[in-house]
Design a protein around this ligand. Structure first.
Ligand code: PAF
Length: 300
């Protein structure tokens, strides 16, 4: 099978490397990262220590028609990615989103309902430099299809399982996407504002209290808009992720440190927008959204 990783940062590069054990993989990546991989291969360190030779591209020109595309771009780039991907959609194409953010589902549903699979993963990956990825932690991945086509999500899970990445398919993916969004909303902005690793939040009563409030608000919004969350306590999940990824610097913290835009609009911002529609007050999420936007030096 020919696989394209659309937006190969840390997670996308790692997935691409592992899938290349069985498939022909092409990475669409930023020029520096793509060049480093061309020159010396993609180095993965951590859970495994291996170098992978992969085809890289900096734009879609010259990319041969793939059978499957994994989309790992930031949530604020999803619309642009879908515009490009719709042009590549042939009958056989499967498009798999593995992204943070609560706004993606709506966009995929309207652009590619019969071809898209939504994924949620807890795999840990950090970019250590061009051509270098730290595989910080094995994780579980859940895939769900959008239209009535369970074969698609099963196929995505099979691709992962064949190369040792634990994955399952679930007919109802929205609750899992919201649970992940709640986890992100309760960890990422606090670590970005405080400049700390995820695990530090567990050691500070005040910070943990704010995280709990953000989590409770977000869970109330999910229920309010009709999402039946999985039968697991959301804040226990949040604390579990803090513990499991205690040494991680969250993606939002890394984005701020690198002077990049964060996904705050697509995480806490989406919680606030959804809350406003149903008249539920979410002052903690509103505050976190505002503060991270201030740190990005954007107009509020
Ligand atoms: O965005 C992130 O950094 C990750 O999704 C998570 C789970 C919060 C771990 O750092």
């Amino acid at each position: 099978m020919r696989i394209l990783i659309f937006g190969a940062g840390a997670l996308g590069s790692l997935i691409g490397a592992l899938l290349s054990k069985r498939h022909e993989v092409h990475l669409l990546a930023r020029p520096e990262h793509a060049q480093a991989i061309k020159d010396s291969g993609l180095r993965i360190e951590g859970v495994i220590n291996e170098t992978f030779a992969l085809e890289t591209h900096v734009d879609l020109e010259g990319v041969p028609q793939p059978d499957t595309i994994f989309v790992t771009v930031k949530a604020y780039d999803t619309e642009a990615a879908l515009d490009a991907l719709m042009k590549m959609a042939d009958d056989a194409l499967m498009v798999v989103s593995l992204q943070n953010g609560l706004t993606n589902l709506r966009l995929y549903k309207s652009a590619l309902p019969h071809k898209a699979v939504m994924g949620v993963t807890s795999m840990g990956a950090n970019l250590a430099g061009p051509g270098k990825v730290v595989y910080a932690g094995k994780g579980n991945t859940t895939f769900g299809h959008l239209a009535n086509n369970p074969d698609l999500s099963r196929e995505a899970a099979d691709l992962f399982n064949e190369v040792g990445l634990g994955a399952r398919s679930d007919a109802n993916i929205e609750p899992e996407l919201w649970m992940k969004g709640i986890i992100n909303a309760s960890i990422n902005p606090l670590t970005a504002i405080l400049g700390c690793q995820n695990g530090a939040l567990l050691r500070d009563e005040g910070a943990l209290g704010i995280s709990r409030l953000a989590c409770n608000e977000a869970a109330e919004v999910a229920q309010g808009i009709g999402v039946q969350l999985p039968p697991r306590d959301p804040f226990m999940e949040v604390m579990g992720v803090m513990k499991a990824t205690s040494k991680n610097r969250s993606s939002m913290l890394q984005d701020l440190e690198n002077g990049k835009r964060t996904e705050i609009d697509e995480i806490n911002g989406e919680i606030v927008r959804s809350a406003n529609k149903i008249g539920v007050p979410v002052p903690v999420n509103q505050t976190l959204w505002t503060l991270v936007r201030c740190l990005e030096h954007r107009e509020i």
